[in-house]
Write a protein that binds this ligand. Structure first.
Ligand SMILES: NC(=O)c1ccc[n+]([C@@H]2O[C@H](COP(=O)([O-])OP(=O)(O)OC[C@H]3O[C@@H](n4cnc5c(N)ncnc54)[C@H](O)[C@@H]3O)[C@@H](O)[C@H]2O)c1
Length: 259
């Protein structure tokens, strides 16, 4: 059995679906005790076949009390958390005609939509870091992997509030890398391109979108959650012991094409 995370306790947010579910399973297969946080109880149930090394907790990561309770339960069950994989997010992009309640060009975005996206995508990462860092400090080190997106850090897209939230995660990650690197806690940013998950299901049903993938990046295809999980495993594990404050696109080369 691979053991790149043997002895580590990892929190993975947004672990009920897509990339997060794949990451939770891969981390457990690599010897970690994994605490999976998500708002989707059915998706969390699906992780139960992964065995006792994954503890699934229903948790809205934009809610401070729920994050604090989730971290406390993780520590009580498995011990100090030394890996944090911040992955939970939403997008409220429009398909077809834009309507109130969607993300889009900023003048069209309601304050409620903006606040919701910032809370779930960005503030959640502040909260999970804030309440996990004391345990990493007590343990003498750790690794934080924050998931953003190429759309928000490298290239603009029409979903402006989503891009703001993902750009904010870049600042958060660099600040953490600066403040906590000296204490043995590394923070890195992972930026997926298009990955085949429920988040982009509605796009993948549109023939024009699928046809556009052939030229969207030099590899000419959509990525898979397993390809993100391998990059996440590298950043989470000691294999990346000298990597801190890095920004890693996992996007088939979309960023290389855009600059
Ligand atoms: N799929 C893509 O093409 C793509 C591209 C770029 C970036 N990303 C990013 O990758 C990450 C993973 O997304 P995915 O593609 O696996 O999407 P997904 O929709 O399959 O998974 C997102 C998960 O986050 C959970 N979640 C949402 N709000 C939450 C909350 N308040 N508290 C706890 N959990 C919550 C959802 O229930 C879901 O399980 C996200 O940060 C996303 O922004 C995805």
């Amino acid at each position: 059995m691979p053991d790149r995370l043997l002895g580590k306790v990892a929190i993975v947010t947004g672990a009920a679906s897509g990339q997060g579910a794949e990451v939770a399973r891969l981390f457990a297969q690599n010897g970690a005790k994994v605490v999976a946080l998500d708002v989707n109880p059915e998706g969390l149930d699906r992780l139960s076949d992964a065995g006792p090394d994954i503890l699934a907790i229903e948790c809205d990561v934009s809610n401070s009390e729920q994050v604090q309770a989730g971290v406390a339960e993780a520590v009580e069950r498995f011990g100090p958390v030394t890996v944090l994989y911040n992955n939970a997010a939403i997008t409220l992009g429009a398909t077809g005609e834009w309507h109130e309640g969607n993300d889009g060009p900023l003048a069209d975005v309601t304050e409620e939509v903006f606040d919701r996206i910032i809370n779930v995508n960005l503030r959640s990462q502040f909260l999970t870091c804030k309440y996990t860092l004391p345990h990493m400090l007590a343990a003498g080190g750790g690794s934080i992997v924050n998931v953003a997106s190429v759309g928000g850090v490298f290239v603009g897209t029409g979903v402006n509030a989503y891009c703001v939230s993902k750009g904010g995660i870049l600042g958060l990650s660099r600040a953490l890398a600066h403040s906590y690197g000296p204490k043995g806690i590394r923070t890195n940013l992972l930026c997926p391109g298009y990955i085949e998950t429920p988040m982009i299901d509605r796009h993948l049903k549109q023939p024009e979108f699928v046809a556009g993938l052939a030229t969207a990046n030099p590899l000419g295809r959509v990525g898979q959650s397993s390809e993100i999980a391998q990059a996440g495993l590298f950043l989470a594990s000691d294999d990346s012991s000298y990597v801190n404050g890095a920004v890693l696109p996992v996007d088939g080369g979309a960023v290389a094409r855009s600059v």
